[in-house]
Design a protein around this ligand. Structure first.
Ligand SMILES: [Zn+2]
Length: 254
């Protein structure tokens, strides 16, 4: 068992000062951001991939071979996500952006909780579960709801549709990764929250920011992944740490 990591108050102050003086901050969030909203990391012991092994249920080849089977997993996924609410960490990031102190949020999460908390222009690099899209002809229907049964056919080509969430073996949404890279390259501070940096190419975004000379503030319950790169580490969950950090940064910024 790992010991519980304690939040270091000196690091919190250092991070708050960096954020208060930053002119181009961005946030990059992963599964840990939403754990306190009741969404277990899909990879964890209670995660979705335990019941639905991704190679069987979450790849494009599985979807092409048997869309009805993959839709069983997709409905379970949407069920988990739709029961969740934004937590104080999502709300703090939205507030930081409203105050003009955060350019945008880049997220690996597909739960839409940043949007629901009020973040604007969030880049969802792994897609979302809002609406339906057709992987065959690329038709996108943003207002379509998730059907309670069966496989929805594409109104244009008749083939199987799915939510616009990115499956394994599937390309990232057009433009999203390019926009995320542009932001990472132009930021002076990146808040890296709740990501194990395991999924590429998205996990390379902090490297881009580091190469551009940005300060990295890493919030995670796990030991930091960017310590060797000089990141300021804040141990703890997003819902506890982000409100403390952001309240203090806004106080310092006046
Ligand atoms: Zn189609």
């Amino acid at each position: 068992m790992s010991r519980r990591r304690e939040l270091c108050l000196d690091s919190l102050e250092q991070a708050a000062q960096a954020l208060a003086t930053s002119r181009a901050a961005v946030a990059f969030t992963g599964a840990g951001m939403s754990v306190e909203s009741g969404i277990p990391d899909f990879r964890s012991a209670h995660g979705l991939w335990r019941t639905y092994p991704p190679d069987e249920y979450a790849t494009m080849s599985a979807f092409s071979a048997d869309p009805a089977k993959v839709w069983v997993m997709l409905r379970a996924m949407v069920g988990v996500l739709s029961a969740a609410e934004p937590n104080p960490g999502h709300q703090a990031l939205a507030q930081l952006q409203r105050m003009g102190r955060l350019r945008r949020v880049i997220t690996q999460n597909i739960d839409g909780l940043h949007r629901r908390a009020g973040s604007v222009d969030t880049i969802e690099v792994h897609g979302s579960t809002t609406g339906l899209h057709c992987p065959s002809c690329t038709l996108r229907d943003k207002r379509a709801s998730i059907p309670t049964r069966g496989v929805p056919p594409c109104p244009r080509c008749g083939r199987a549709m799915k939510p616009p969430v990115v499956l394994f073996e599937e390309g990232l949404p057009p433009g999203a990764m390019g926009e995320a890279m542009r932001l990472a390259d132009a930021c002076d501070l990146m808040l890296v929250v709740g990501t194990s940096l395991a999924v590429y190419p998205v996990a390379s975004l902090p490297d881009l920011a580091i190469r551009a000379g940005a300060t990295i503030v890493e919030v995670n319950t796990e030991p930091g992944h960017l310590r060797r790169e000089g990141a300021i580490e804040l141990a703890g969950g997003a819902a506890q740490v982000l409100p403390l950090l952001i309240e203090r940064a806004l106080e310092l910024a006046g």
